[in-house]
Write a protein that binds this ligand. Structure first.
Ligand code: SF4
Ligand code: SF4
Length: 78
């Protein structure tokens, strides 16, 4: 389980989440930020500061945003 960043990040991208993550597992991609599910410790700090509510616990990602679970995972498969 991990927290997942979804599409609202694409318009915002101000990186408040990066500043609060205690394990530094949020990385910047081309048009949004991504959470490394292998490192995230599920603390929820990022979710609390995101101004556009782009971050969800993996099992609470809305149906229309579920593709981002895989998109976040793939970003770190490199
Ligand atoms: S705080 Fe939210 S909108 Fe800002 S970079 Fe992080 S996930 Fe994206
Ligand atoms: S839940 Fe905590 S550990 Fe996971 S990405 Fe957010 S701030 Fe980092």
């Amino acid at each position: 389980m991990a927290f997942v960043i979804t599409s609202p990040c694409k318009d915002e991208k101000a990186a408040e989440c990066v500043d609060v993550c205690p394990v530094d597992c949020i990385e910047e991609g081309e048009d949004m930020f991504y959470i490394d599910p292998n490192i995230c410790i599920d603390c929820g700090a990022c979710e609390a500061v995101c101004p556009v509510e782009a971050i969800y616990m993996e099992d609470e990602v809305p149906e229309e945003e579920k593709d981002y679970i895989e998109i976040n995972r793939k970003f770190f498969d490199k």
